[in-house]
Ligand binder design. Structure first.
Ligand code: ATP
Length: 888
């Protein structure tokens, strides 16, 4: 059957349902029969292909090349142990591939789990009552009730429609809103032309609708399209791209170095196999094997930490962009305030009254009772009003009375700042209107007074606007109420109305907002309030939450007449509020900020906010009050709608970047003590102090867990006391490079080489004497070099926890993973050194106690020197007065 072509009654009969929807029991039966209303995950790469990819990417290929060289050397000169090396490198490729695969799988699972944290609900009629139902549980025959901003949850046929317009871009690619006004059958074949149908995957831009579901899940038109298209993979974030680029660069550098030294070795007459060992060693030592998956995992872990703090990240990219945000443009109602409204004051019949002093205010009550978009729904067995808290406050302040049927409505939008409904009452058809006083009052020509209805002359208008100003100066949110009777055939116009009164509501600031604003100030992040409310109300709140004592409030009307240059100049103002703004102006402000080089986070909840959310660097939608449309356009969803959550998320975003730098410093440091032995081997003709397998033991064994632990560090205590990171700053900054390659690395290299010679000299070795590969003295000496590097890396973990703070600085949170990481590192070292199979595998021998004692001063020395370096930098920062990101 084609639901769009038939009478609605026929559809009821076909689906065995009615305008009252289904019973719970029947819905459950149908759910079992038709399955959940979900799109099946299709496409994506099979696991086996993805696993294979881990063994064939760029690094793996370099390592395969290294293994190939080893086997080649074994073939040319058998018996030198090169085959063993080849197998070891293959082992590395396998372990590394599996490890990366596991990390990526975990990261993906973590992201998928996040998506499920926000189950989608819709309002459906069950057992004749409206209730919240998970979208996945909708079945054919259900009747859904939809309002502006809602996603259409399944393919439905309209039963009732008021001013419904839908965005069908997802389905037809057409971005212009389409009207879906008719409930009568349509002959059209084209999906876009079926004006009596709401399709899944589209969303309501305006209006209210009641519709019957006739197709769910993969049976919807959208399901059909989803079947055809592949599920797109999440694109790499800039950080991931930078890491990939960086790793490639390092690997290329390593390979070139390897090849270069191969020829140097050849020219100074080293044997081929010695040369090959050398080339392979240099390559293996430098390839940053597990770096990219570690970054991905640390991003994914950050998203999980953020989710625990009520910020749901929809794209990994958002995590790092957040860390560099310089401006937050925040809504007022619900984000900075509690959105828990109560009526404080009413201006009625020429007098300011408390809500309980209202007498004979029937027309006022009629407007408050009828002019709203609330829905009565069942939630956890209780009947509740769902919708705008201001409307709830207005409705709940009315005494019990009859509710008249609604025949039409003119919906609210931020442009008009008012809404109206038309009801059939015993007195005839009435239009009830409420909205911002300056938009409602000009449409009135009479007013209610004690004497009855009076003409609204200029003097009265002035008086009313004065009263309005007084109320807003007290921080009240003021709404004007008006009505008129509408003759049956006339158009439903908001004009010639009777002004009924002003209602002033309070909406207190949310607890924690003032602290969050102070944190932003310390972190160099500007907060700009953008609200649809009156400038006085907004300024009063701004003072309340410490945004500024004397904020400059710009109203939307002024913004309209302002040139882009003027706006840009205006944005230099330290404390700024935009009041009475509409959604498209929000977008203009965001763009002007971006042109000034700011990185802008913007909040939004309504349908009209979607463009601003999309255009901002970080779009933040409200989880509770936000529409589906806004959530879809956002990068981050605030589960608690709270401003303070944005600030916490920024803190986590900054921490991710810091953490990646911490483990990068840690990993890069050990490259130097791994390269130096090879240089010494070639240049000074000494026995090779560190074998390739031992390098692998460090890079893929002992270094792995501590690096991961550094990637999971909690935000540093100073993270919100520094200015935002410049957008063009690279991860591998000069600071990181200098510290790892030219400070910590050489110190470790000195320790490794010193330990090597300490053992050799102790055993009576003299310069120029050759040592056999299995000579116990040689085995002990390389073990000493390896152990010294690992011991220095243990010290290094603590030093890498912060680039500037001392190890003993207060405020360091305890990181359990670091303890595990070091425990694992030391355990591996003991196994490598003191077990027979460890000795056999890694070419090592047990060390005497004095060797360990010999290493101690090196560890202490590195620590002291690093503390000194940090102290000097802290001093410089204190002197310059900035927290200077450049030194990090
Ligand atoms: P914010 O933009 O910070 O969330 P806001 O809720 O005041 O603040 P809008 O939703 O754009 O911003 O509302 C603008 C104005 O429109 C309000 O100040 C109020 O006067 C009026 N208004 C808001 N909601 C309604 C409504 N449901 N019905 C009628 N008028 C409304």
């Amino acid at each position: 059957m084609n639901p769009h072509r038939h009478d609605i009654e026929k559809l009821y009969a076909h689906l065995h349902s009615s305008a009252q929807g289904l019973s719970q029991a029947e819905a459950a039966r149908r759910l079992a029969r038709y399955g959940p209303n979900q799109l099946e995950k299709i496409g994506g790469q099979p696991l086996s292909i993805r696993l294979l990819k881990e063994f064939t990417h760029f690094f793996a290929l370099i390592l395969w090349l290294a293994a190939g060289l080893a086997f080649f050397a074994e073939w040319r000169e058998p018996g030198q142990g090169m085959a063993m090396l080849g197998y070891a490198v293959v082992g590395v490729i396998v372990i590394n591939g599996l490890f990366s695969f596991w990390q990526e799988y975990r990261a993906e699972k973590a992201l998928a789990a996040l998506r499920n944290l926000l189950p989608r609900h819709t309002t459906a009629l069950r057992d004749g009552r409206a209730m919240q139902v998970p979208v996945a549980e909708l079945v054919p025959g259900d009747v859904v009730v939809l309002a502006a901003g809602d996603d259409v949850p399944a393919d439905c046929r309209l039963i009732e429609a008021f001013a419904v317009r839908v965005n069908t871009a997802n389905l037809t690619g057409e971005s212009k809103p389409k009207s879906r006004a008719t409930t009568a059958p349509i002959e059209a074949e084209q999906v876009a032309m079926r004006r009596d149908i709401l399709h899944a995957g589209t969303s309501l831009i305006s209006g209210n609708a009641k519709a019957m579901v006739y197709a769910t899940g993969m049976h919807t038109e959208f399901g059909n399209i989803a079947r055809l298209t592949q599920v797109a993979q999440e694109p790499l974030s800039p950080l991931q791209k930078e890491i990939a680029h960086l790793s490639r660069l390092v690997a290329l550098f390593a390979t070139l170095l390897g090849v270069l030294f191969f020829f140097i070795g050849q020219s100074i007459g080293l044997s081929l196999w010695a040369n090959l060992i050398f080339a392979i060693g240099i390559i293996v030592a430098n390839v940053p094997e597990g770096l990219l998956p570690t970054v991905t995992l640390s991003l994914a872990m950050a998203t999980q930490r953020m989710a625990k703090k009520n910020a749901l990240v929809r794209h990994l990219t958002a995590v790092e962009t957040l860390g560099s945000a310089t401006v937050i443009c925040s809504d007022k109602t619900g984000t900075l305030t509690q959105n828990r409204m109560s009526i404080r004051q009413v201006y009625f019949s020429g007098a300011q009254l408390f809500p309980d002093e209202l007498d004979g205010a029937e027309p006022l009550y009629d407007i408050m009772r009828h002019c709203h978009d609330l829905r009565r729904v069942e939630h956890n067995g209780q009947q509740q009003w769902q919708g705008d808290p201001m409307e709830v406050a207005l409705l709940q302040a009315t005494p019990a009375g009859t509710t008249y049927p609604r025949v039409d409505e003119i919906p609210f939008d931020t442009e008009r700042k008012r809404m109206s409904v038309i009801c059939d009452t015993p007195q005839g058809r009435m239009l009830y209107c409420k909205g911002a006083p300056e938009t409602v009052l000009p449409l009135c020509n009479e007013m209610m007074a004690e004497e009855g209805r009076l003409p609204l002359d200029d003097e009265s208008r002035l008086r009313i606007m004065n009263e309005h100003e007084l109320m807003t100066a007290d921080g009240l949110r003021v709404i004007a109420l008006a009505y008129r009777s509408v003759p049956q055939q006339s158009a439903h116009r908001e004009a010639g109305m009777v002004f009924a009164g002003l209602v002033g509501l309070v909406d207190p600031a949310r607890p924690g907002v003032a602290e969050a604003i102070a944190t932003c100030a310390a972190a160099g992040i500007r907060v700009i309030m953008i609200t649809g409310d009156h400038p006085h109300t907004a300024s009063a709140l701004a003072r309340d939450i410490g945004l500024g004592l004397d904020p400059l409030a710009i109203i939307g009307e002024r913004l309209c007449t302002m040139s882009d240059t003027d706006l840009q100049l205006l944005l230099d103002e330290p404390v700024l509020i935009f009041a009475r703004t509409s959604a498209d102006q929000k977008m203009r402000i965001v763009q002007a900020l971006q042109r000034k080089g700011e990185i802008v986070a913007v909040t939004g909840d309504g349908v009209n906010d979607a463009p601003a959310l999309k255009c901002a660097d970080i779009g933040i939608a409200m989880g509770i009050s936000g529409t589906d449309v806004a959530k879809e356009a956002a990068d981050i969803i605030l589960l608690d709608d709270h401003f303070a959550t944005i600030v916490t998320a920024i803190e986590e975003g900054r921490a991710v970047y810091d953490n990646v730098r911490k483990f990068l410093t840690y990993i890069l440091t050990s490259n130097i003590p791994e390269i130096v032995p090879y240089l010494a081997f070639v240049l000074f003709r000494i026995p090779l102090p560190l074998t390739i397998i031992q390098i692998l033991a460090v890079d893929l064994g002992t270094d792995m867990l501590p690096a991961l632990a550094l990637g999971a560090e909690k935000p540093d205590s100073d993270v919100m006391r520094r200015p935002p990171r410049p957008r063009n700053e690279h991860l591998l900054s000069r600071g990181v490079l200098l510290r790892a390659y030219f400070f910590l690395g050489p110190l470790e290299a000195v320790a490794g080489m010193a330990a090597f010679f300490f053992v050799l000299h102790g055993g009576g070795w003299t310069f120029g004497r050759e040592l056999g590969l299995h000579d116990p003295l040689y085995l002990q000496a390389t073990t000493a070099c390896l152990s010294a590097i690992i011991a220095m890396q243990v010290v290094n973990v603590f030093m890498c926890r912060h680039p500037v703070f001392s190890v003993f600085s207060r405020g360091r949170s305890f990181n359990r993973l670091i303890v595990y990481g070091i425990g694992f590192e030391l355990l591996l070292l003991l196994l490598i050194t003191y077990t027979p199979w460890g000795n056999a595998l890694f070419g090592t021998a047990p060390l005497a106690g004095e060797v360990w004692l010999f290493m101690l001063p090196f560890g202490l020395g590195m620590w002291l020197l690093e503390e000194l370096r940090k102290a000097l930098i802290r001093q410089r920062i204190a002197r310059n007065g900035t927290a200077g990101n450049t030194v990090r």
